[in-house]
Design a protein around this ligand. Structure first.
Ligand SMILES: [Zn+2]
Ligand SMILES: [Zn+2]
Length: 284
């Protein structure tokens, strides 16, 4: 039996939205990935790409109530800035659970409320979000049971101010979402290697090349695509998506990156906004 569901990329950029003539093919919106499974929706990060996802969900005629989970990797703007424009959260019949980390003195809802207040944003979160929204602070390695056949496990990444990766399992398909993360020079992070071992789909931060990292981008919390390809080979993942592209990376450069990466690991796709892939393709 095939696995139902669709994996979609709504925003694939890192750092800041980058619309323009040079990014029309791969897209300029910041991080947002979804997995639609029957009438349930799992969302990874709320960058500017989540706005389009919201429109798509509102247009789906097969669902009356939109129900889902939003998993936040961390609170940098490029992973959060789309949230106030996620229209399904405005309707009281819809239901969402938001997962992420708090900070020592700031709870998860407080962090989200703070980005939606005067003078940064005209409407506060409580007024704007009429949907039933629960907030759940998570810890690394805590298995979250979403439904009978869906689990999500957060795990620690290496990034300034900390970030979490998420391992989603739906039936027999495992999807690892790893944004944002930096592998040390010449050494893959062992904890990430362990978590992504043999997964069907690895979506991984590949903002830079090794050359760019060496030219002053070390410790910025992002990976070189060559290291991510090494990770895919070593952990024997089935399909790799390079993700969280540098805002300055042009379509031409990303096309070339895909060509080079595929020489080393044929099942590589440079993630592109608007890409929708049925999960059954990964379950074979
Ligand atoms: Zn980021
Ligand atoms: Zn970040």
């Amino acid at each position: 039996m095939g696995t139902e569901g669709v994996l979609s990329f709504w925003g694939v950029r890192g750092s800041i939205p980058a619309p323009g003539i040079d990014t029309m093919i791969f897209g300029g919106n910041t991080s947002c990935v979804s997995v639609e499974y029957e009438d349930y929706i799992l969302i990874f990060d709320a960058g500017s790409g989540i706005r389009k996802l919201g429109q798509h969900l509102m247009e789906r005629e097969d669902i009356n109530v939109i129900q889902g989970s939003i998993f936040l990797s961390h609170m940098h703007w490029d992973h959060l800035q789309g949230l106030p424009f996620f229209t399904p959260a405005f309707s009281e019949e819809n239901q969402f659970t938001v997962y992420g980390e708090g900070r020592r003195k700031l709870s998860l809802p407080k962090i989200l409320e703070d980005q939606m207040q005067v003078p940064y944003f005209p409407v506060d979160m409580d007024t704007l979000f009429q949907a039933q929204i629960k907030f759940r602070e998570v810890e690394s390695k805590q298995v979250i049971q979403i439904e009978d056949d869906i689990t999500v496990t957060p795990f620690r990444l290496t990034h300034p101010n900390a970030a979490l990766g998420y391992l989603l399992q739906i039936q027999k398909v495992r999807i690892a979402y790893v944004s944002d993360h930096e592998h040390e020079a010449g050494r893959l992070s062992q904890n990430v290697l362990k978590m992504v071992q043999g997964v069907e789909v690895l979506i991984h931060d590949a903002q830079y090349s090794r050359e760019e990292l060496a030219k002053g981008k070390r410790r910025w919390g992002h990976s070189a695509w060559e290291d991510v390809v090494d990770l895919a080979l070593e952990s024997q993942v089935k399909h790799l998506f390079l993700f969280h592209h540098d805002p300055d990376a042009t379509d031409e450069q990303l096309n070339e990156r895909q060509f080079l990466a595929q020489q080393l690991f044929p099942n590589t796709t440079v993630a592109r906004e608007g890409l929708r892939i049925p999960l059954s393709r990964f379950a074979e």
